[in-house]
Design a binder for this molecule. Structure first.
Ligand code: NDP
Length: 342
């Protein structure tokens, strides 16, 4: 196979913790495979530029064979010029006394102009992943400022929640994560997210498959124990894992967030080959999710595009949780609308 054209990847907030965990893996080929050269653009605000420049020096020192170039800039138009993949990581964290409206307004001032810069200069095939929180609504804001880019190219990350669910299930069942399939995260990337195992399957060493809830019932000592475990342990633990990491590690998750961003883009570009995963994508009305919201769904990727997995039954308790997460997403959307951000 000949050398491919470089893929241009823009990372915002590149001088931050997630940026530091993300850039080396992209440069090493984890996102598109080792045969695809990457051209990195690192965008930062003035306070973060030195840190991003330091990261760029280290990237150079790694001598990654498929790293075509690294450029650090404080200029969004430059950063997104010709970009194929935009990873919007930098965001305004919630400060003391900050209300949700303040947070959304502060992030609107970041994601609006970034959407506009993507609209002006990004490559025709640009794909955008928003990591910076509130990720779903930030994606909505960016998309609204990029009218010439198909809105479905703006996505938000729930892959970390998905991976956290896989890790917790694998630990509980004492199996490898690769043997677990069809876990779903629905809704908002927030405390209201809905981890759902109703369709999950477990593949045995001999290739046989069975419903994962059955395996859980066995491991936990009865079907009645599963519902209590889901309600009391699984769902709160997955949704609260970010806080748990902060408590144990002393700072927020960075490497796992970076790994999930790599997984998201890798699968989006290269496909999911028969399996499904979770991503927050533009709703087309599937599963009663209001059209136009960026919400997490079970998705697979084919020909470089996410498609929502159709036709799944949704249990009543899962439905109630999804509806409450959707209420939160709608409230965020209404607030950014009233602030004139979309
Ligand atoms: P991180 O790199 O740790 O986090 C960046 C963003 O990712 C935050 O909004 C954070 O949200 C979010 N995030 C999403 N999922 C996760 C997760 N699972 N775990 C942790 N974070 C998650 O923040 P740093 O402060 O280290 O770095 C941010 C950088 O962004 C700074 O260098 C800053 O200068 C820069 N920045 C750049 C901008 C730009 O390029 N225009 C704009 C704004 C900031 P949460 O806060 O909810 O944890």
């Amino acid at each position: 196979m000949g050398i491919k054209e470089p893929v241009t990847v823009t990372v915002t907030g590149a001088g931050g913790q997630i940026g530091y965990a993300l850039l080396f893996r992209i440069a090493s080929g984890a996102m598109f495979g080792p045969a695809t050269p990457v051209r990195l653009r690192l965008l930062e605000i003035p306070a973060g530029l030195k840190s991003a420049e330091g990261t760029a020096l280290e990237l150079q020192d790694c001598a990654f064979s498929n790293l075509d170039s690294v450029e650090v800039t404080g200029n969004a138009e430059r950063a997104f010029d010709g970009t194929n993949v935009a990873l919007l990581v930098g965001a305004r964290p919630r400060g003391p006394g900050m209300e949700r409206g303040d947070l959304l307004a502060a992030n609107g001032a970041i994601f609006g102009p970034q959407g506009a810069a993507i609209n002006v200069g990004a490559a025709d095939d640009v794909r955008v992943l928003v990591v910076g929180n509130p990720a779903n609504t930030n994606a909505l804001i960016a998309a609204a400022h990029a009218p010439d880019v198909p809105a479905e190219r703006f996505t938000a990350m729930t892959r970390l929640d998905h991976n956290r669910a896989l890790g917790l299930l694998a630990g509980t069942l004492d199996v490898g994560v690769a043997s677990i399939g069809n876990v779903i995260i629905w809704g908002n990337h927030s405390a209201t997210q809905v981890p759902d195992i109703s369709h999950a399957i477990l593949t045995g060493a001999d290739g046989s498959q069975r419903p994962l809830p059955d395996a859980l019932a066995e491991a936990l000592g009865g079907t009645d124990k599963v519902a209590a475990w889901l309600e009391g342990t699984f769902i709160p633990r997955v949704a609260g894992r970010g806080a748990e990491i902060i408590e144990v590690r002393g700072s927020s998750s960075a490497a796992s967030a970076a790994a999930a961003a790599i997984d998201h883009v890798h699968d989006w570009v290269l496909g999911t080959s028969g399996s499904w995963t979770s991503a927050a994508v533009l709703s087309d009305g599937s599963y009663g999710v209001p059209r136009g919201l960026v919400s997490s769904f079970p998705v697979h990727s084919r020909n470089g595009a996410w498609e929502i997995q159709q036709g799944l039954s949704v249990a009543a308790d899962v439905r109630a949780r999804i509806d409450s997460s959707l209420k939160e997403l709608e409230a965020e959307r209404d607030m950014v609308k009233s602030l004139g951000l979309i």
